[in-house]
Design a protein around this ligand. Structure first.
Ligand code: GLY
Length: 430
C-alpha cells in the first residue's frame, strides 16, 4: 500500500507516525513546505514543495499512484485539492471544498446550524456592511468579532481578552469589513474543549476530547497562538467535562454531517473537529474545523489503538459504521517549544538542541542545516508525555521541554494541578 501525505507542521509528523505504524505497512510519500526531519525519517520520499501548488501535487500523485492521499492542512482542503485529486481518479482522506466551508466560511457554518435547527448556536448575525451592526452588538452583553474566512486561528477577537468595549470591537469589525464579511456573536462563558471526529458522511466516530491552550504565556495571558499545548485524560473525559456533555457535542457533530450532505449533496469525509464551549447550562459550538487540530491531534493519535489506516480507508469508502474506535486508557500532555518572540516577533533561524529520549516528540517549524536544527519562526517542536495519570504525563512532557536548549520558551503550566483546578473553579463560577 502507498499513501501520500500532504502536510505541514508537527500535525503531519504525528499523522506520518500513525500511518507507518499501521499493520498494513504502507509506504509513505509526503509533500511539505519544509524538510520536516520527523517526516523525513518516516517517509520513503519527502518532497519539499508548496502544498498550494495543485498542478505539482496532481502530477506527483499521478506518478506514485497512491491508494489514497491524506490532506492534512486547512488551506489546500479549503481550495479544493480533494476535488482535483478525485478528477484524476485518486482517492483522498479529507473533505471536498463544498463541505469544507464548515471551516473556511464562518458565516456558512453559522447559517447551516440555524437553518437545520441544530442546537449549540450562540446569538449571532453576519454583516456585509455596517448597517445595523451597532444596534445588534449593543443588544448583546459582550461580543466576539470574527472574520468570515480562514485566519490560522488568529483572527477572532473576544471582548475582555482582546478589546474592552463594544466600540473597540466595532472598530475591529470595520477593519474586517474592508476585506469581507464579519460575524458578531454573543460572548460565551465557560471552558473550551476540542472534539475531533472521523466522519464518512453518515457515521461520526469521536476521538477522546482534548483541551488546547491558545494564549502564548502562562496563566492564559499574552497573544493568541496556534496552540501552545494540550492535554487529554485517561478516562476519556476532561476534569470539567461529563459524559453527557460529550454526548451533546457528538449529537451536534452528527447533525452537522447530515446537514452538510442535505445542503450540498456531498458527504463530508475526513475529520470534523468541533471547538466547543461548556457553559453553565449546556454545550455550545464555537466553530467547526475540517481537519485535525494542532496540537490536539498529538494527544489523540498516539493513544489510538484502532488501526489508523483502516479507519482512514473506512472514511473514504463509507463503512465507518462497522467499527468503533479504541484509545489507550492513558493521559497525555503536549507542550510546544516555540522560538522567543513567538507569535508576534519570533527569532528566526535560531538553533534548537534536544536529547533523543523515549518521550514522544514531533517536529514542526524546523529546518535541518548541516546536521543542525534551526527554528523557522512558528511552533518548533512538540513533546508529548503519556502516563497513567495526568500528573505523570505532565511530569514527562515537562522534563522533556526542560532539556531543550536554544532561544525558546514553552508553557510550564499546561497539564499542571494548579491550572486544572483553575479550570474546574472557573466552570463552577460562570
Ligand atoms: N488548535 C487549534 C487548531 O488546530 O485550529
Amino acid at each position: 500500500m502507498k499513501i501520500l501525505l500532504i502536510g505541514s507542521t508537527a500535525r503531519a509528523d504525528c499523522i506520518a507516525e500513525a500511518i507507518i505504524n499501521s499493520k498494513t505497512k504502507p509506504e509513505l510519500y509526503a509533500v511539505m513546505p519544509l524538510l520536516n526531519p520527523g517526516v523525513k525519517q518516516k517517509a520513503k520520499e519527502l518532497i519539499v514543495h508548496s502544498v498550494m501548488d495543485f498542478n505539482f501535487i496532481l502530477s506527483y500523485a499521478e506518478k506514485i499512484n497512491p491508494d489514497f492521499v491524506f490532506v492534512a492542512p486547512d488551506d489546500p482542503i479549503a481550495e479544493g485539492l480533494v476535488n482535483e485529486l478525485e478528477k484524476i481518479g485518486i482517492k483522498s482522506f479529507g473533505p471536498k471544498k463544498e463541505v469544507a466551508r464548515i471551516e473556511s466560511s464562518k458565516s456558512f457554518a453559522r447559517e447551516l446550524l440555524k437553518k437545520h435547527e441544530i442546537e449549540g448556536l450562540p446569538k449571532f448575525k453576519v454583516f456585509s456592511d455596517k448597517k445595523g451592526i451597532k444596534e445588534f452588538a449593543e443588544s448583546l452583553k459582550e461580543i466576539v468579532v470574527k472574520p468570515d474566512g480562514l485566519t490560522g486561528g488568529k483572527g477572532v477577537q473576544v471582548q475582555g481578552d482582546h478589546f474592552d468595549s463594544i466600540e473597540q470591537g466595532l472598530n475591529y469589525a470595520d477593519l474586517i469589513l474592508e476585506k469581507g464579511k464579519v460575524i458578531i456573536e454573543e460572548k460565551l462563558k465557560g471552558e473550551e474543549f476540542s472534539l475531533q471526529s472521523f466522519c464518512d458522511g453518515k457515521t461520526v466516530l469521536d476521538c477522546i476530547p482534548v483541551q488546547d491552550h491558545k494564549r502564548a504565556f502562562e496563566n492564559d495571558s499574552g497573544p493568541n497562538t496556534g496552540g501552545m499545548g494540550s492535554y487529554s485524560m485517561e478516562n476519556g473525559l476532561l476534569p470539567f467535562l461529563k459524559k453527557e456533555h460529550l454526548e451533546q457535542a457528538h449529537k451536534i457533530t452528527e447533525k452537522v454531517a447530515l446537514a452538510l450532505k442535505k445542503e450540498t449533496g456531498i458527504e463530508f469525509k475526513g475529520i470534523l473537529y468541533g471547538g466547543f464551549m461548556l457553559t453553565k447550562k449546556e454545550v455550545k459550538l464555537i466553530e467547526f474545523n475540517a481537519r485535525f487540530g494542532d496540537p490536539e491531534v498529538l494527544n489523540v493519535l498516539p493513544l489510538l489503538k484502532t488501526d489508523f489506516v483502516e479507519v482512514c480507508q473506512r472514511v473514504i469508502n463509507g463503512t465507518l459504521n462497522e467499527i468503533s474506535l479504541e484509545f489507550e486508557s492513558k493521559a497525555s500532555v503536549c507542550k510546544y517549544v516555540v522560538p522567543k518572540g513567538y507569535p508576534v516577533n519570533s527569532v528566526k533561524n535560531a538553533l534548537i538542541e534536544f536529547k533523543e529520549t523515549k518521550t514522544k516528540h514531533y517536529f514542526g517549524a524546523i529546518k535541518e542545516k548541516n546536521g543542525n536544527y534551526l527554528m523557522t519562526g512558528s511552533r518548533a517542536m512538540a513533546f508529548i508525555g503519556i502516563g497513567e495519570t495526568l500528573s505523570k504525563a505532565e511530569e514527562i512532557s515537562q522534563k522533556a521541554v526542560e532539556s531543550v536548549k536554544g532561544r525558546i520558551f514553552y508553557r510550564k503550566d499546561i497539564g499542571t494541578k494548579a491550572l486544572i483546578q483553575k479550570r474546574i473553579d472557573h466552570i463552577a463560577n460562570v
